[in-house]
Ligand binder design. Sequence first.
Ligand SMILES: [Zn+2]
Ligand SMILES: [Zn+2]
Ligand SMILES: [Zn+2]
Length: 148
Amino acid sequence: MTIAPSDTTAPVRVPGRGWTVRLTGHSDRSASVTCTATCRMPGRSRDIAALRRFAAQHAAAHAKAATVRPNASCHCRAERCEAHPGHKAPCAGGVVMILRHDPVVGQVWIVEEVCETCAPLIPHARVLARAGTPRRAAAVAPADPDAA
Ligand SMILES: [Zn+2]
Ligand SMILES: [Zn+2]
Ligand SMILES: [Zn+2]
């Protein structure tokens, strides 16, 4: 069985992906971990430290399992760049996979595909991976008119 070849001359943008892993506390001093993907999560527990470790590892696993796609659109932009208010540069550059985690809050881990322009503007973001060097397709025109 073959898949009909699609016209690949133009780079097709795909939506950037994002996963949010959250540690939520409950009134009985237990906590649970949720993931925006349909992942199997451990049950509620009072061992918060263990849950926190699990959450951090789970976010890292998503980042590891997902290959950064060079044609992904910026996930930050999809959320109107709310992650970095005040620094709204137009999205440009390659695609990177970032992990956002504020150690002070310590309850949310976000893995997402964003552009190289947004990545350094997002607080508490660490670049985990970059898209492989784009194929030398002439159709991928850089936003630099002086590029000869
Ligand atoms: Zn997950
Ligand atoms: Zn942004
Ligand atoms: Zn962006």
